[in-house]
Ligand binder design. Structure first.
Ligand SMILES: Cc1ncc(C[n+]2csc(CCOP(=O)(O)OP(=O)(O)O)c2C)c(N)n1
Length: 240
């Protein structure tokens, strides 16, 4: 994603992808010198084989490696430091910090929970701050067509009803405003009630400050866990 990772000016870009042209998606473009439509796993194995055949030298620039490791350690320390703070209802006023909001959510999730992540530009922030340790506890659609998460949450709840092995104490969806709309909220909340995965109308709150978001997360979790209602928290982030 160019917003997060900008290649070097002199980089030569090979774009290898199952669906390289994204024919059904408008406005998709990755600048590249070579575009190859292929199975990525197969191509990676082929590239590796070729590198080995050519006896390419190992990457030995220790300074660069150490610099990367230090940057990575710094990032992990930042996340750990945030996680060690108790992010509460009295957290900083007048501002909203997405990292703090996600950390507050992580600190309040019940043990047996599932997170469906369709947050697009904020994928890295969600992965970094929720830092799941249980396999299968944070999933994405893996596909390019948006609008998956709301319906997927109902499917996950139905799976839990059909088989207690899959039952969760809380299912959380994290979406952008675009992916929320693509999920057709009115139809999704109707479906949730129709198939008895939720009761009553959906509860909603808009928040613009970290402290408000923390209070809303606590209220929303209670709304879902004790009243079985769907709860929507609209977190208004600064424009990016
Ligand atoms: C069904 C579908 N339509 C259009 C797109 C193209 N698309 C990719 S990201 C995106 C915007 C998503 O918006 P939002 O969920 O608010 O994420 P953010 O802008 O925060 O990255 C769109 C329209 C798509 N992937 N799938």
């Amino acid at each position: 994603m160019p917003r997060f990772t900008t290649p070097r000016e002199d980089a030569i870009i090979f774009h290898i992808d199952m669906d390289v042209m994204k024919e059904r998606m408008s406005m998709f473009y990755l600048p590249a010198q070579v575009r190859v439509q292929a199975d990525s796993a197969t191509v990676l194995k082929q590239i590796l084989r070729r590198i080995e055949q050519h006896g390419a030298e190992r990457f030995t620039d220790i300074d660069v490696l150490q610099q990367r490791m230090a940057q990575h350690r710094e990032l992990l320390d930042k996340v750990a430091q945030r996680d060690s703070q108790s992010i509460s209802r009295s957290s900083p006023a007048n501002t909203i910090d997405l990292h703090q909001v996600l950390t507050a959510l992580r600190q309040r999730l019940p043990e047996n929970n599932l997170v469906l992540n369709e947050s697009i530009s904020n994928y890295p922030a969600v992965w970094m701050n929720l830092a799941p340790t249980r396999p299968g506890s944070l999933i994405t659609s893996g596909g390019s067509s948006l609008g998956w998460a709301l319906g997927a949450a109902i499917g996950a709840a139905l799976a839990g009803k059909a088989n207690p092995k899959y039952a969760k104490d809380l299912i959380t969806v994290i979406v952008g405003d675009g992916t929320y709309i693509f999920g057709i909220p009115s139809a999704s909340f109707w479906m949730a009630r129709r198939y008895d995965t939720a009761a009553g109308g959906a509860w909603w709150k808009q928040v613009k400050e970290t402290s408000e978001a923390v209070a809303a997360i606590e209220e929303g979790i209670d709304m879902v866990c004790s009243q079985r209602r769907c709860a929507v928290i609209e977190v208004v982030l600064p424009k990016f």
